[in-house]
Design a protein around this ligand. Structure first.
Ligand SMILES: *Cc1c(COP(=O)(O)O)cnc(C)c1O
Length: 406
């Protein structure tokens, strides 16, 4: 076998995306022992950095080792006991995932659905909460399957008023769209690195409010015959996963450092660097960079005469759905873009399969040159594929978005 040799792709799909080079560098660092003070010090730094990323004071802020859905699974299996009611408003593929994970935890799952391409009004969610009286509201913030961004700012107050815990999956939206854990009164949030944070998949940052933590801590907890002090008088059923037992993972990241898994140190170095990249550039600036890239991509697509998907009022900054013109085969256009231009754009699932492409502008790739290369290449491939397009307009429109900003 030959040494690794990958084509130099420009990843302009809904994730993963090309990593920030500094993240890759951090991930080639040598290891130290798991409880080496050098290592535990970095673990503490990661907790502190992710408090800033999540805009929270939550003590319990750390990493779940695994891809984003490891974070989702940890939050859901640790909070929901069999029979607990959960309300999952679904507006895309990842809402279905939250519901499925809750079902596997034997929770009593109630869903409401919005058509793909739309989001919920807070009143619709409040009404469902009144009817269902759930223990937990579980909802996605940005669903890349539809490109929609669910407004969350009013949901925290609604949840508090009805004594409901509030969990969200902000994997696809964090760092590209505003997220305020404390201001919005979100009780638990999980994310991943491979979208706007500009890292590889494989680490799932999580933060939990004190209220959420108390509910998790209440659960009965025994590991392989070892009963630990925190849980002597715990009530409720034992968390049905060892790996995703947030109670044990808190003890592992806490002062006592009770052994759980072996920290995925290389992922931790990557996650730390993602947070540093965000915070050293500045959250406001990074949000603005994503907004600009997203606006420029949208303007370019529209100037080409293509139709963007969904309610644009609620579009995520970092991904746009583009209706595939009738004259062309969507997959063959994607293949040519990849083979000839080394550019990857996304396909779609479920009801949108074969109907839209999804073009992302995230993290390291939320850049003017990446936007322009993608638009120019797409225009060329579509033209050669037989589409009649106003040539050059896409680039001009995208460049105007950037010029107007100056
Ligand atoms: C991309 C995405 C994920 C990714 O989950 P993985 O386990 O990392 O594949 C999760 N949630 C949402 C909302 C996403 O858009």
């Amino acid at each position: 076998m030959q040494p690794l040799s990958l084509p130099p792709r420009l990843l302009m799909g809904p994730g993963p995306i090309n990593c920030y080079p500094r993240v890759l560098t951090a991930m080639s660092t040598q290891l130290v022992g798991q409880y080496d003070p050098a290592m535990t010090n970095y673990m503490n730094e990661v907790m502190s950095l992710y408090r800033q990323v999540f805009n929270t004071q939550n003590e319990q802020t750390f990493l779940i080792d695994g891809t984003s859905r490891a974070g989702i699974e940890a939050a859901i299996v640790s909070i929901l006991e069999p029979g607990d009611k959960v309300l999952v408003p679904i507006f895309g593929r990842f809402g279905h995932l939250l519901a499925e994970i809750a079902e596997r935890a034997d929770a009593d799952v109630h869903t409401i659905e919005a058509p793909w391409g739309e989001v919920f009004k807070p009143e619709q969610i409040e009404e469902a909460i009144k009817k269902v009286k759930p223990k937990l509201l579980a909802i996605v913030q940005g669903d890349t399957s539809t490109t929609m961004l669910q407004p969350l700012d009013e949901l925290g107050a609604i949840c508090r008023a009805h004594d409901v815990l509030f969990y969200t999956d902000a994997t696809a939206s964090i760092a590209g769209n505003p997220f305020e854990t404390d201001k919005w009164q979100v009780d638990a949030v999980t994310v991943g690195l491979q979208k706007c944070l500009g890292g590889p998949s494989g680490s799932a940052p999580i933060t939990m409010s004190e209220r959420f933590v108390q509910h998790v801590r209440k659960r009965h907890h025994v590991e392989a015959g070892i009963r630990d002090a925190h849980h002597q008088d715990a009530k409720g059923q034992r968390i049905r996963s060892n790996y995703f037992d947030l109670s044990m993972i808190m003890d592992y990241w806490g002062e006592e450092r009770l052994n759980h898994h072996t920290e995925a140190a290389t992922m931790l170095f990557g996650a730390r660097e993602c947070a540093l990249a965000l915070l050293s550039e500045g959250q406001e600036k990074v949000l603005k960079r994503h907004k600009l890239a997203g606006d420029a991509m949208l303007a370019g697509v529209q100037a080409m005469g293509l139709t963007p998907f969904g309610d644009l009022q609620h579009k995520m900054t970092n991904v746009v759905g583009v209706s595939i013109p009738d004259e062309v085969d969507g997959e063959s256009i994607r293949k040519t873009l990849l083979d000839t231009f080394n550019i990857e754009i996304g396909t779609s699932f479920g009801p949108l399969k074969g109907k839209i492409w999804r073009i992302g502008t995230m993290g390291y790739n939320a850049r003017q040159d990446a936007v322009l290369h993608t638009l120019q290449s797409l225009e060329t491939v579509l033209r050669r594929g037989g589409c009649k397009l106003p040539l050059g307009d896409a680039i001009d429109a995208a460049m105007s978005v950037y010029c107007d900003e100056k």
